[in-house]
Design a protein around this ligand. Structure first.
Ligand code: AMP
Ligand code: ZN
Length: 137
């Protein structure tokens, strides 16, 4: 992808603060961090989002999240960790190259990742179960 900033960062064409690199991924520090240590896992191949990545890449990304998250816990002493992955503008995705956010959390930090819980009505429950299970098989 010619004009994809994360392709350029993942390939090393544009420099970034790199925490980790292997043949499939580069892990960088986010330039607009939600907290100290906020990092992004970038696959080196371009996939726009979760729907497009191969199963093996999805699995490897989660294994890497575990590895880097565990190192952050030890090194930074964070009290928690959010693994966040946005798909589509409506979900807050701004860079359309698949990435996973690793957001270290600290006691009483001001990171806002919360929502107001609604109520699961019987009607909606049945509708969602019926529609999605039909596709999942
Ligand atoms: P998302 O909203 O999930 O698409 O996340 C995109 C993230 O990429 C944001 O947290 C940005 O701060 C971050 N970001 C955008 N450009 C860069 C860059 N050049 N280097 C590092 N992080 C970036
Ligand atoms: Zn890309």
């Amino acid at each position: 992808m010619e004009n994809c900033i994360f392709c350029k960062i993942a390939s090393g064409e544009i420099p970034a603060a790199t925490l980790y690199e292997d043949d499939q991924f580069r892990v960088i520090l986010d330039l607009g961090p939600a907290s100290k240590g906020h990092a992004l896992i970038l696959p080196k191949k371009h996939y726009a989002n979760l729907y497009e990545i191969p199963d093996e890449t999805a699995g490897a990304a989660m294994v890497l999240a575990k590895k880097v998250g565990t190192a952050m816990k030890e090194a930074l002493g964070c009290a928690g960790l959010n693994v966040v992955q946005n798909n589509g503008e409506a979900a807050g995705q701004t860079v359309f190259h698949f990435h996973m956010h690793l957001i270290p959390r600290y006691e009483k930090d001001q990171v806002g990742l919360s929502w107001t819980p609604g109520t699961l009505t019987d009607e909606v429950k049945e509708e969602v179960l019926d529609k999605v299970k039909k596709i999942l098989g």
